[in-house]
Design a protein around this ligand. Structure first.
Ligand code: CP
Ligand code: NVA
Length: 305
């Protein structure tokens, strides 16, 4: 039985196995086939924050694969102090084959997974968003092509999405550049730890966004204020102003460079409408792939059980 709490839980070869399953299941769905590979399996989702893509990707994936899904808020599940995390994990784990969790605290998912006999998938914590990063690298491979020819440049907040992208790029040998304002970079502790775990990791922090995007095959951004940081929105608008993805920044990159965003986007803040809706943008293909990735990941995890 395997968990996916961070991308350190997967070997590079296992990520490629998951991508192959994703491709196979996507192709089958596109030709009208919905193999019932998870018939009789139960997934429980426990979320503390809102979600459109993640919740629906897992729920619809489970239904299409023949399994069933239940949804709880953390409060409804008793994680607000009604019971200990360990006891909730022991109970949900006995009722389920797989559990997806979206929380503020990363430690909560870690503690839960240590006490769950069902596989636990991190569906976003303040530190990590592994399913998003897996989807993103799969999407790059599918649309932009051979990963060995890619360079991903992330412009914006050094947040959960950026951490997971850095990790996934390192595992798959993709150079990763991060451009963030001072004080909002990926932590040096994280970068050093990643380089120690994956010595071949190519990760570079470049403060100037115009310089950072040179040579990018994909430019990526995310909101400046993540869930839970809404009170900082106004302050961050000023700090991040020079990090907006707009036509001027896009013109500093290659002409055929692709644009990605995990969504939801704050149009007019981290990204302008013209760029988000341009031909270079693959954000909705990326969003759709969340579902295909969820399918491949669920099937792969159940194969390990
Ligand atoms: N990208 C993503 O995780 O979207 P949701 O917050 O809507 O799940
Ligand atoms: N960094 C964002 C990602 C949302 C999918 C957040 O945590 O709110």
């Amino acid at each position: 039985m395997r968990h996916l709490v961070t991308l350190h839980d997967l070997e590079s070869s296992e990520i490629l196995e998951i991508f192959a399953l994703v491709q196979e299941l996507k192709d089958k769905r596109n030709s009208g086939e919905r193999p019932q590979l998870l018939q009789g399996r139960t997934m429980t989702q426990v979320f503390e924050k809102p979600s459109l893509r993640t919740r629906l990707s897992f729920e619809s994936a489970m239904w299409e694969l023949g399994g069933g899904a239940s949804f709880f808020t953390c409060k409804e599940a008793g994680l607000d102090g009604r019971e200990s995390i360990e006891d909730v994990a022991r109970v949900i784990g006995r009722f389920s084959d797989v559990v997806t969790m979206r929380t503020f605290s990363h430690e909560l998912i870690e503690t839960f997974s240590q006490n769950s006999e069902a596989s636990v998938i991190n569906a976003l914590s303040d530190l990590s968003h592994p399913c998003q990063a897996l989807t993103d690298l799969y999407t790059m491979q599918e649309i932009a092509g051979d990963l060995s020819q890619q360079k991903l440049v992330y412009v914006g907040d050094g947040n959960n999405v950026a951490y997971s992208l850095a990790n996934c790029c390192a595992k798959l040998g993709v150079p990763f550049v991060v451009s963030s304002p001072e004080g909002f970079e990926l932590s040096s502790e994280f970068v050093n730890d990643l380089k120690q775990k994956i010595p071949a990791a190519q990760i570079e922090l470049v403060a100037d966004p115009q310089r950072a995007v040179a040579g990018a095959t994909v430019i990526y951004t995310d909101v400046w204020a993540s869930m839970g940081q809404e009170a900082e929105t106004e302050k961050r608008k000023k700090i991040f102003a020079a990090y907006q993805i707009n036509s001027s920044l896009m013109s500093a990159a290659e002409k055929n460079c692709r644009l990605m965003h995990c969504l939801p986007a704050k149009r007019g803040l981290e990204i302008t409408d013209d760029v988000l809706d341009s031909k270079q943008s693959i954000v909705f293909e990326q969003a759709e792939n969340r579902k295909h990735l969820a399918k491949g990941l669920l099937v792969w995890l159940m194969q390990q059980a």
